[in-house]
Design a protein around this ligand. Sequence first.
Ligand SMILES: Nc1ncnc2c1ncn2[C@@H]1O[C@H](COP(=O)(O)OP(=O)(O)OP(=O)(O)O)[C@@H](O)[C@H]1O
Ligand SMILES: [Mg+2]
Length: 229
Amino acid sequence: MPGHFITFEGGEGAGKSTQIARLKVYLESLGKPVLVTREPGGSPGAEKIRALLLSGEVKDLGPRGEAMLFAAARADHIDTTIKPALERGAWVLCDRYADSTRVYQGEAGVDTDYLKLLETAAVAGVRPELTVLIDIPADIGLKRVARRSQTDDSGGPDRFEGEALNVHERRRRLFIDLAREEAFRFAVVDGTKDPEYVATAIRKAVSDRFASELNIADDIHAATRKGTR
Ligand SMILES: Nc1ncnc2c1ncn2[C@@H]1O[C@H](COP(=O)(O)OP(=O)(O)OP(=O)(O)O)[C@@H](O)[C@H]1O
Ligand SMILES: [Mg+2]
């Protein structure tokens, strides 16, 4: 497909939404068409499932049942939003994707092979070329989220935010393990640094991964030629 697919992962309050907005501005400044989307959700059907999942209304299904709903939402999101955008040539920036299911439902005890089956069925071959993991200690991220909910109307913590600190810490560890196992597609950035620093680290990861698509190699060569003249 002519477009490019970048996903953002990390715990609550790591800075995913903040950094996606910044990367969008950067890519658009290079003349690239960008689509920002999120999971669970990102399409009308999947947003309905998001509301069920995050309200805790379907918590009684248990982690396996919830994992199925995440997969159903993902399949719809891909079919109706992500794939068409990639076919149009857009750069798709997705706030959470299949790695979040591996981590959250994996932490909740769902069997890894079962999660793999669901993932394979849901993603239908649409996998990120780059995954940015914004890593942050759970307590720092949760404090940011608590501060944010005092200043906006997002309400209290959702079904997944509201869990014990040790659960959030285990998720952090699982994200890091995943990034090590699939290092070929991951860039891990330190989310405790200031937003400008994090944005620069992410731009560098994107430039490294997509040098030819962004014509960055040409620019560097041009700069080198200039410097030696
Ligand atoms: N590098 C940073 N340093 C300090 N504060 C930050 C940083 N990045 C984001 N914030 C602030 O922390 C809060 C959480 O950031 P943001 O909403 O981008 O995180 P998120 O990963 O999208 O969170 P969620 O998991 O809840 O969607 C916001 O109020 C944001 O302004
Ligand atoms: Mg967010």
